[in-house]
Design a protein around this ligand. Structure first.
Ligand code: TA6
Length: 296
């Protein structure tokens, strides 16, 4: 047990809630919040407001790379990185960091409270024109809510995604339901536009796709873990589906060669053609709900 830093001591005194919400020094010595309800638990770092662990029932729902970096200015490989206020490469700005500013900056805790059957923590920060709040509500499931308010006098373009790395037994055995028949941009073919077939997605190679105008609930059906992960959204037009497969993994310093089969990214937000234009003074809410069910 490391000695708590003054920052962690202050966080516990201001926001701690018995064993429902405690703060400690996590990996890399970074301040971490630990959430606990009767049926679930979660861990989230102030760095990037990055959710790194989620257990629903006794099952780990998210993947976290063994070689993930926990250091100021670095993004953490796994969990749920927040891509905001842009996604991927920033249009027209060559050296902009991939996936925006939110995931590599420290957020503040702005509120924490016990709720019926669980706990809710809210982080805040400002990224360019957008005053941003991010809440995690943990009961027997998890709701992630990202609120962005345009504090400028001009309408402003916004892209965002909750870049969730879901843990699977073996991606070659899973199905992703809910995207049948939708249009997607294939990021491996210069964002060529294609239409998904009328059967659930299965995976046999590197996959990197931005599905547009998606609205139905999505489900990861995982026979290896005997479970289904259900993902429902509000205020999210896009679903990004990604797995690097073996060759790309070999080129990634924070992902071991053996890890690529054990996760599937299903990212929810508004990306590319689905980018938002937020009016001056207006807000946009993105909300994603994650539940799990045993496979019957
Ligand atoms: O998930 C879609 C994607 O844009 C992929 O192209 C891949 O780059 C992935 O995000 C991870 O990005 P990162 O910057 O975290 O390595």
């Amino acid at each position: 047990m490391t000695t708590p830093t003054p920052q962690v001591t202050e966080l516990n005194s201001r926001f701690g809630i018995d064993d429902a919400l405690t703060f400690d020094c996590g990996l890399g010595g970074l301040p971490r919040a630990k959430l606990k309800s009767s049926e679930a638990s979660a861990e989230v770092y102030l760095h990037g407001a990055h959710l790194t662990g989620l257990r629903l029932g006794d099952e780990a729902v998210l993947f976290l790379a063994r070689g993930a970096k926990f250091a100021p200015g670095s993004s953490i490989r796994g969990g749920v990185p927040i891509c905001h206020p842009w996604f991927g490469a920033r249009a027209g700005v060559r050296d902009a960091p991939s996936h925006g500013l939110a995931r590599t900056h420290d957020w503040e805790v702005v509120e924490a409270r016990a709720i019926e059957e669980g706990v809710k923590i809210t982080f805040g920060s400002t990224f360019e024109n957008f005053e941003t709040l991010y809440s995690l509500t943990l009961t027997d499931h998890l709701v992630m809510t990202l609120d962005a308010t345009n504090r400028s006098a001009e309408p402003t373009r916004l892209e965002q995604a909750l870049h969730s790395y879901f843990r699977v037994a073996d991606i070659r055995e899973v199905e992703l339901r809910g995207l049948e028949g939708t249009t997607y941009l294939d990021q491996l073919q210069d964002r060529m536009r294609r239409v998904e077939g009328d059967v659930p997605l299965t995976f046999a190679a590197e996959t990197d796709r931005v599905y547009l105008e998606t609205s139905k609930p999505r489900s990861i059906v995982d026979p290896g873990l005997g479970r289904r992960i259900d993902i429902e959204t509000e205020g999210a037009r896009s679903t990004v589906v990604w797995n690097p497969w073996a060759d790309k993994t070999a080129r990634m310093g924070d992902l071991a060669d053996s890890e690529w089969p054990t996760f599937l990214c299903v990212e929810t937000g508004s990306v590319a053609d689905d980018a938002l234009e937020v009016k001056a003074g207006a807000s946009h809410r993105l909300s994603t709900t994650v539940t799990t069910q045993p496979l019957g």
